[in-house]
Write a protein that binds this ligand. Structure first.
Ligand SMILES: [Zn+2]
Length: 285
């Protein structure tokens, strides 16, 4: 799902829930849910002040107590400055946001993308520009021209979860974000992984995709757990797109869904949908 669309979706879902709460009153107790969250893109550097005002003034009024912020490569990582985007937030920018969140009693959760979404359209993301050997499919997708014949043809680049140097880059970045945001949880992304177990990957080709996915999820989780940090991730790779009819974005059509029985039960799974999610809604009544 396109990043901007996902942000809009989060805002819309929140607004829809608020309307529902007013409409149903006693039946739908939004304000009693333990996590009343919003997902937003990180502000541009010049908008940090406005963003902080929004956190201080708007979010508490709406009952929001948790704010996930999509940082990804938009932070000036000291451990890996080579993957920081232009105009990335500095530590002092982040500290302003942390201060605003504390004043508003809002839990901040920095969000990364640690598997897919390493390219968008024909543009390679900063990680694979700096570390092209982390690419699960160097011969497939941008910058090499690829077919564009249909929705299942190609979506976004993924890292190889078994590349031996990958976590030497990701772990220090994860630690830095947790520290800068003074966070007790980190959202690692992992949505829309289309390229996994690629047949030409010397480490993953021919492997069980659910096993490859679960193995990687558990490595990330073990790193965070030993630091006392809760791991959050997206739900879609853990849902069978065929039996649910949710297909390839909101769910998995590439045989990763069996990973759900192989990953730690301590992980917080965050669900997202283009429209409503009927089963969770029923459980709230
Ligand atoms: Zn691989």
């Amino acid at each position: 799902m396109h990043s901007v669309m996902k942000q809009l979706l989060a805002v819309c879902m929140f607004a829809a829930a608020g309307f529902s709460a007013r409409a149903q009153k006693a039946e739908y107790k939004w304000n009693e849910l333990p996590v009343r969250g919003l997902l937003m893109s990180a502000p541009a550097k010049q908008d940090v002040g406005v963003f902080c005002d929004f956190v201080r003034n708007a979010l508490p009024k709406e009952g929001v107590n948790t704010l996930a912020i999509r940082i990804e490569y938009g932070y000036q990582y000291k451990s890996h400055p080579e993957v920081a985007e232009k105009n990335a937030l500095s530590e002092s920018d982040v500290k302003q946001i942390v201060k605003a969140a504390k004043e508003a009693k809002i839990r901040l959760i920095p969000t990364m993308n640690l598997m897919a979404h390493q390219s968008e359209g024909s543009d390679m993301g900063p990680l694979l520009k700096a570390y092209p050997h982390f690419d699960e499919s160097p011969d497939y997708g941008p910058p090499v021209p690829w077919k564009s014949g249909g929705m299942f043809d190609f979506y976004s680049k993924s890292i190889c979860p078994r590349q031996p140097d990958l976590l030497k880059v990701f772990f220090p970045m994860m630690d830095e974000l947790v520290e800068a945001f003074e966070a007790d949880a980190l959202h690692v992304g992992l949505d829309e992984v289309w390229v996994i177990g690629y047949e030409k990957c010397p480490r993953c080709g021919g492997g069980d995709k659910s096993e490859i996915f679960a193995e990687y999820v558990n490595k990330l989780h073990a790193h965070l757990e030993q630091k006392g940090v809760q791991m959050w991730m997206w739900s879609d790779r853990l849902i069978d797109g065929k039996t649910t009819g949710l297909l390839a974005w909101q769910a998995s059509m590439n045989d990763t869904h069996r990973a759900i029985d192989r990953i730690s039960k301590d992980i917080i799974i965050t669900d997202w949908k283009y429209e409503s999610a009927p089963l969770p809604r029923d459980t709230l009544r």
